[in-house]
Ligand binder design. Structure first.
Ligand SMILES: [Zn+2]
Length: 139
């Protein structure tokens, strides 16, 4: 005879199916046709599998940052020494969110630009002061 639940072939007169543990009476094991149950239950399972939307795996590295994240980033960066360290960590650590990493790199470029500007202004301003000193005659 065959199991009424999983349709496994089992010895005649079994009380329980050795495959799935289904309790069997002589009646329901023989009355339910063997092939009918698998054929009936399989199509809906396949249908839900096909129609289920393919969800891309959630990747924290490429997931968009929230407004709150963007709101606090300049504040954190604005803290004098800690902000610079935070920028370096964000810009060069491997597992930082990509949005945050690119933002940190852009901020570092601005930092570099302003550093160069400060150097240029200081050098030019220093030269100007020296020429002023020469003109006045202060040594
Ligand atoms: Zn069974």
């Amino acid at each position: 005879m065959f199991c009424s639940k999983c349709a496994a072939k089992i010895p005649d007169g079994s009380i329980f199916c050795p495959e799935c543990g289904q309790k069997l009476t002589a009646d329901n094991a023989q009355q339910v046709p063997v092939r009918q149950q698998p054929l009936y239950t399989q199509p809906p399972v396949q249908q839900t599998r096909v129609s289920a939307p393919v969800q891309p795996a959630y990747d924290p590295q490429s997931a968009p940052l929230s407004t709150g994240n963007f709101f606090w980033m300049p504040v954190l960066i604005g803290i004098p020494v800690i902000g610079f360290i935070v920028l370096l960590v964000w810009a060069f650590s491997k597992d930082t969110n990509l949005n945050r990493k690119h933002y940190a790199r852009a901020a570092l470029i601005w930092l570099l630009i302003s550093l160069i500007l400060v150097v240029i202004v200081t050098v030019a301003g220093g030269g100007f002061l020296r020429s002023l000193q020469d003109a006045i005659g202060v040594s």
